[in-house]
Write a protein that binds this ligand. Structure first.
Ligand SMILES: [Zn+2]
Length: 257
């Protein structure tokens, strides 16, 4: 069977001496695995198309083993190769790709996760924002796309509008919901419950409700970004119930070790 679809290569491994085994996030078939025979050969017709973080139209053959496709041909669309030149940005892109892949296990993909990842890679490549900002926005928007939109309208216990100038706002990771300072002291939770200053609240709200084109386009001060990043990361890992292998790597490079 022949299959044509558009996709982004999110992981690569060797397959034999000259071939590659690629993990590709596709527009309408979720994550697929595909062999590129001779993919390491500079002379291969599709050499440029079978590089990590490259976006292409692929032409596959599905044979006796349908879980691994064979690439017959590919048309190049664009590459995010520039990301690979900086280890911190490269490890962030790898982390985002891993979260995307895990989110799709056993699920359908309607193309929105691929669009989010392309948008995120584009932003990482441009390098106009701190990596933690890109990471936090990606994590929270990914949750929203997966149906885990954080509950931000009001305190999930007493219903008071938040943020409120008379009472502090908190975010309950277990419930993925905001809670007022009064209820935090009286309601039992699996937590953790983290204080959410108004600027952090606005960052979350923007990330969840804004148009795609405006997704990353806001600035935060250092303190706000620190809180936004902490809550976003804890929230996405709690929703996915998964510890990404690439996360410690990203953190070690971000801190410059
Ligand atoms: Zn309350």
């Amino acid at each position: 069977m022949y299959i044509k679809c558009r996709g982004l290569i999110i992981k690569q491994a060797d397959s034999g001496e000259k071939g590659k085994l690629l993990t590709i996030l596709t527009e309408n078939r979720g994550v697929v695995y595909a062999k590129a025979a001779g993919g390491k050969n500079v002379g291969a017709s599709y050499f440029r198309c079978v590089q990590l973080f490259t976006y292409c139209d692929f032409h596959f053959y599905s044979g006796y083993n349908p879980s691994v496709l064979t690439i017959l041909d590919a048309q190049y669309i664009r590459s995010f190769f520039e990301i690979s030149k900086d280890i911190e940005r490269f490890s962030l892109a790898s982390y985002c790709a891993e979260l995307c892949k895990i989110s799709l296990v056993g699920g359908e993909e309607d193309g929105e996760l691929l669009k989010l990842l392309l948008n995120t890679f584009h932003t990482i490549e441009k390098d106009n924002y701190p990596t933690d900002h890109v990471k936090a926005v990606y994590e929270t928007r990914l949750c929203a796309l997966l149906g885990y939109t954080p509950f931000l309208e009001e305190c999930d216990c007493c219903g008071i509008s938040l943020p409120d100038e008379n009472v502090a706002t908190y975010f309950d990771i277990d419930q993925s919901a905001v809670r007022c300072g009064d209820c935090v002291n009286t309601v039992k939770t699996l937590g953790p419950v983290i204080k959410m200053p108004a600027a952090v609240y606005r960052s979350f709200l923007h990330t969840v409700i804004c148009e795609k084109d405006a997704l990353f386009k806001f600035k935060t001060d250092e303190e706000t970004l620190k809180d936004f990043a902490e809550i976003s990361e804890k929230n996405v890992l709690r929703r996915l119930e998964y510890e990404p292998k690439s996360l410690p790597l990203y953190k070690s490079f971000r801190l410059g070790f």
